[in-house]
Design a protein around this ligand. Structure first.
Ligand SMILES: Nc1ncnc2c1ncn2[C@@H]1O[C@H](COP(=O)(O)OP(=O)(O)OP(=O)(O)O)[C@@H](O)[C@H]1O
Ligand SMILES: [Mg+2]
Length: 306
């Protein structure tokens, strides 16, 4: 049997031959529970969120599978942003449960989907919560790039600071991502030198740099001039084609129809209806869904009288 691990020199006189260890797996990434494609990556059970006396989310239950693209639509104030913010724990849910890769995130990963409790230390729970947050990349309506940093620094900073990736490796990865979003020539530019569409593509690259397991988008194109919407949607379309798991709040209904595996219609803090885009857009069962769609899409099914 041949040994492939580190060898001793044949004799003390033999020249030292550098023997490379196999690359150490990134503890940040290798720590993740494995979820096969098509299996639930995120499970949400009876999620509620109140702000003081305002009961915004009123019992959301749904499952997002690995590789699935879920589009969330619905009227203003219905709780779409709050839902996304609860998913990545920017907001703490008032009640309910969220499982990510089989671990309950509100409890910091100590509870397993099978009901067992791993009784993690406070520190381990904190570490798990931080991991969940970075497992869920988020792209906001406004680009949220750091204005005093170049594009490449914006993209490579979190992997360097949070995951301890070397500058060289983080910048190499950032350049690959810039190629992917079609902006390699902007690496040394500052955000103020970019158009809105370019900034949003950089924001997507930055979210991808942490190698998240799911990307959450909150109306990523609604602050853009119309001529820039397409370039951002094209990047998202490419991600979808490559089986990135995504939850997208958008009013771009043609895009939703094209990329969504499933559409959730959220109103009044509940999922009023969900299904494949062909059903939701062509033949929704709820009058409220019809009514909403008829207001924003020309040629959508007419709202039923009353
Ligand atoms: N931090 C907060 N404190 C108090 N109320 C909040 C907070 N965040 C959201 N809300 C309220 O919760 C409700 C739902 O807001 P949310 O932003 O989730 O709606 P939305 O569906 O994303 O709407 P839009 O389409 O306008 O973005 C609104 O009434 C909003 O005012
Ligand atoms: Mg919103």
């Amino acid at each position: 049997m041949t040994r492939t691990t580190r060898k001793q020199p044949a004799s003390p006189a033999a020249p030292a031959v550098p023997v490379l260890d196999p690359p150490t797996p990134d503890p940040f990434l290798s720590d993740r529970p494995v979820v096969p494609p098509g299996k639930p990556l995120i499970e949400v059970e009876d999620l509620h969120k109140s702000f003081g006396g305002l009961h915004v989310l009123r019992g959301i239950t749904t499952t997002i599978k690995k590789g699935e693209v879920v589009v969330v639509i619905g009227p203003s104030g219905g709780g779409k942003s709050t839902f996304l913010r609860c998913l990545n724990l920017l907001e703490t849910p008032t009640s309910g449960r969220i499982w990510f890769g089989g671990e309950e995130i509100v409890s910091g990963g100590s509870l397993q989907r099978d009901g067992t409790d791993r009784r993690l230390s406070h520190r381990a729970r904190e570490r798990n919560l931080n991991r969940y947050r970075s497992d869920m990349g988020m792209v906001f309506q406004r680009f949220n790039l750091f204005p005093h940093m170049t594009v490449i620094d914006n993209i490579s900073m979190a992997p360097r600071m949070i995951r301890g990736v070397s500058r060289e490796a983080a910048e190499k990865k950032a350049m690959e991502l810039l190629e992917r979003v079609g902006l390699p020539d902007k690496a040394r530019a500052y955000p103020s030198q970019l158009s809105g569409g370019q900034m949003q593509r950089i924001a997507i690259a930055r979210a991808m740099a942490m190698e998240p397991r799911v990307l959450l988008f909150d109306e990523p194109t609604s602050a853009l001039d119309p001529e820039m919407v397409g370039e951002v949607l094209a990047v998202m379309q490419e991600l979808a084609a490559n089986h990135m798991t995504m939850v997208i709040v958008t009013h771009e209904m043609n895009f939703a129809r094209d990329v969504a595996d499933r559409v959730l219609f959220l109103e009044g803090g509940v999922i009023l209806e969900e299904g494949p885009p062909s059903v939701i857009f062509e033949n929704p069962s709820q009058p409220r869904t019809r009514d909403f769609l008829s207001k924003i899409i020309a040629g959508a099914p007419e709202a039923s009288a009353k």
